[in-house]
Design a protein around this ligand. Sequence first.
Ligand code: 2P0
Length: 325
Amino acid sequence: MKATAKAHTNIALIKYWGKRDESLILPMNNSLSLTLDGFYTTTTVEFRDNLKADQFYLNDKPITGPEYTRVTKFMDLIRGYAEKPSIYAVIQSINHVPTAAGFASSASGFAALAAAATRALEMDLSNQALSRITRQGSGSACRSILGGFVEWEQGEKEDGSDSYAVQVAPPDHWDIRVAAVVLSSKMKKVSSRKGMKRTVETSPFYSSWVDSIPHDLKQIKEAIHVRDFETVGRIAEANCLRMHATTLGANPPFTYWHDTTMAVMQTVKDMRDKGIPAYFTIDAGPNVKVIYLPENEAEVEKTLRTIPGVTDVRLSRSGQGVTYL
Ligand code: 2P0
């Protein structure tokens, strides 16, 4: 009754921003991401007969409080699916996702946890079924079940049975790279969960955001298929800007951007003016991710490192989906 799984984080090129069902974690729109090989979580789940509750260790430290509650509630869900309601586990997670790099470790974290726990319970699930379960831990995590370019289909059903991730192209389809630009700024103030909820409930720009998704998705999938980098980058950047515009219309308004965030955005545009194809995207925090092609790696990294306020640049390639160790 023991299994270990490894899952990578992912970066959304078409963002997930807003839920239509908060408890089942059903999104308002489809999203599309690239799974990244550089940042991952490894989780071991071992069920033991003598335990009266789960134990959760993150990077070898015992975890309590809200973080523990979120994990054990997710384990309850998996126990429910397995029809084994009162068997508890020791969960050991090692995060290779630098929090400072602005990646939500929840994506790789819940993907690795779902994979390890269901494997330990010998549930033998398809990727589709595993993605559906993972989604209920954290939305973006359902995309990390698969490698390469991945689309999370929002689905229409109230029970969420048609809301899961599908692979658009495998990692070896296209060597496209991502630089995570780390800023010296502090932790974000509005969590993505609270930020998207406030935006859905109060921003008059929200419906325009949702309306814009099908066109972005159609175009970006065509461009991924033919490896048209400029179209992929242009759409991803515009989609990111539109997502962030919804937060400015929220009540109370907010933004995840800092001054250095905008300095990085400007530098990326300047690189393009000099003929280097690079595009930015930003999640629910101040850090910036830059997508570029392998032949421009040295120049992109060097340029990003010169920006005042940038403390680190971490490079990553396209990564694979969940694996079992
Ligand atoms: C994304 N983000 O598509 C978007 C873009 C942030 C901005 O998914 O509430 O941690 O657990 O479903 O998945 C972050 O939200 O939120 C996110 P929950 P999650 O990557």
